[in-house]
Design a binder for this molecule. Sequence first.
Ligand code: ADP
Ligand code: ADP
Length: 226
Amino acid sequence: MASIEMRNIVKKYGDGFPAVNDVSLDIADGEFMILVGPSGCGKSTLLRMIVGLEDITTGDMIIGGTRVNDKAPRDRNLSMVFQNYALYPHLSVYENIAFPLRLQNVPDDEVRRRVTEAADVLELHEHLERKPANLSGGQRQRVAMGRAIVRSADAFLFDEPLSNLDAKLRGQMRTEIARLQRRLGITTVYVTHDQTEAMTLGDRVCVLRKGLIQQVASPRELYEQP
Ligand code: ADP
Ligand code: ADP
């Protein structure tokens, strides 16, 4: 687990208006932070800078007390779940979940133990030999979650993980994510457009607009204002 501190983060793509414009935000160890705001306000850019998929133009990104600006994604020990899940089509569910452990050369019996545990939590044990193409949307989403929780990451990052699901599955997965977060207590940054997700999952909600923080508040303060 680790806190995430952003100090005056700026991101410019080319010489246009900054996509992220002087953002400072402290996310506590174990906190569930929601990012909301209109399309193009900088949510994905911010997530990608936390994981290291995007360079920071100026400012400091500090994770677990260490400045990580120059650290490669694989050296940051974070797990990201993408909107499109980004599963490997040629690999089984088992190997998709195991993937981060394979990268770390974890021994086979340890891989088996941890994949089985993740599959149990996510009720995927009956599907471990299948390929992603033969799964429902909700099952694919669970596999992406499994890959995120299979190793002990310092933080989870979610980019609209439920937006491709129908309303019923979205409800189920929302409950599941809430349960997982309570059980694992891992620092989480979660981008969504969905107010119900923000309400049920978030400890705090950060509202972005044109690359700036407009407000940081508890879901209650934000959505139940008179
Ligand atoms: P969303 O609104 O769902 O975040 P976007 O359309 O903003 O999706 O972005 C989708 C992808 O396209 C992202 O990977 C982003 O980096 C890229 N992208 C967005 N805007 C531009 C742009 N002006 N030039 C190049 N790539 C862009
Ligand atoms: P959001 O996730 O809130 O929709 P993004 O972070 O995707 O917002 O985008 C923020 C701004 O940065 C938008 O104006 C978008 O067009 C621009 N942008 C995002 N990715 C790129 C990119 N790779 N190249 C150029 N501009 C980009």
